[in-house]
Design a protein. Sequence first.
Length: 97
Amino acid sequence: MAKRAHGGRQGTRSILKKKKAERSRVFINRVMHPYAEGDRVAIVLDGAQQKGMPHRRFQGKTGIISGIQGRAYVVSVLDGDMQKTVVARPEHLRPIE
């Protein structure tokens, strides 16, 4: 019997899967969107971009941008009762109006 894998992307096959219409497309507006401190964003993982991808437990969470760290943004997310900071590149963020 094979040993179970315990990698960082374990169990993400359905989370990171894209729809057929979204495959092989570069969403440049998602990468180039200007974010400022205090903006509300949704964390939506893009499986095609591995750099700057937050952990899969934050998929679908909303947070507030609290700073910039290189090319990535520092997002403050409420995980249960605990406030956590997530560092994610803009490919994995979507603005909430």
